[in-house]
Write a protein that binds this ligand. Structure first.
Ligand code: PAF
Length: 282
């Protein structure tokens, strides 16, 4: 396992691997790895000859009042986990290496970035699309794996890859959950014991929504109302949003048809947790 910190070196390795006909699988991360990340790595490994994982906390995707400076970091632990999984390369650049001067170019995926988390985190997805583009140009992968937990992000990256003609296959991998249903997230570290217990209501509310749809309910408003009732009666979570959107376009749907994504963001203390579920309405 190799740790590469310089862009020039990473590009040179990627060029050589491509020359040798090797398939490069890539998982971009911000580190502080959990089971969710590890499941993405396992998929990337299965589908490639050489697996690269990047660890970079990207300042561009954090708002001025968000947790960039306190975002959890532990490279030593991450390295150990990735070594155990047989990852070939960790790309671990410094902020200076990635942004040696102010970045005047950005990638914006319109429309898809505007709703859901984009509404409350202006600039976030532009920051994500920009860093992912840079990482794709540096790591030169054939395949990249993203988690369904960040569904809006994954759909945005898929569209960006299509619009900008990247020769990269994007795989969206299922959300990994703790036994109690809580979706794995680096930000779960912010939860105290009580909040961690209460936050299990999020997946319960998503399952309730799925059950309502499977039983024939097609009115989004009625489903969202029941989800809100469950979350507010069973927890102290402060709802940021709950929305039902078309799974492809991410446009809100009033009357459910086809495949939808039920997505939510809820604050527990200082942790803003997101989760979602995909439902085929028949
Ligand atoms: O999902 C993440 O961890 C980040 O948004 C990503 C894709 C690594 C870009 O910084």
């Amino acid at each position: 396992m190799r740790v590469v910190k310089k862009i020039k070196e990473m590009k040179k390795i990627a060029d050589q691997l491509r020359k040798e006909g090797k398939i490069i699988g890539f998982v971009p991360t911000m580190g502080y790895l959990h089971e969710g990340h590890l499941s993405l790595v396992k998929i990337a490994k299965r589908k490639s000859d050489v697996c690269v994982v990047s660890i970079f906390v990207n300042p561009l995707q954090f708002g001025p009042k968000e947790d960039y400076h306190t975002y959890p970091r532990n490279f030593k632990r991450d390295k150990k986990l990735l070594t155990a999984l047989g990852v070939d390369i960790i790309f671990y650049p410094s902020e200076k290496e990635i942004y040696p001067e102010p970045c005047l170019t950005s990638v914006q995926v319109k429309k898809l970035s505007e709703g859901l988390c984009g509404r409350v985190r202006p600039g976030h997805f532009e920051g994500v699309a920009t860093i992912v583009t840079k990482l794709f140009n540096i790591v030169k992968p054939h395949i990249a794996v993203f988690g369904q937990k960040d569904y809006q992000q994954a759909i945005i990256i898929k569209k960006m890859v299509k619009d900008l003609n990247f020769d990269i296959k994007i795989i969206i991998a299922p959300t990994i959950r703790e036994k109690n249903g809580l979706a794995c997230s680096s930000r779960n570290i912010y939860l105290n014991e009580k909040e961690r217990k209460e936050a299990t209501v999020l997946y319960q509310s998503l399952r309730l929504a799925k059950k309502m749809i499977k039983e024939g309910e097609r009115n989004s408003e009625r489903i969202i109302k029941e989800m809100k009732k469950l979350i507010t009666t069973k927890s102290s979570g402060k709802i940021d949003y709950i929305e039902i959107v078309d799974a492809k376009t991410l446009a809100p749907v009033k009357k459910i048809s086809g495949k939808v994504c039920i997505a939510l963001a809820v604050f527990f203390g200082k942790a803003r947790l997101i989760d979602n579920i995909l439902v085929q309405s028949g």
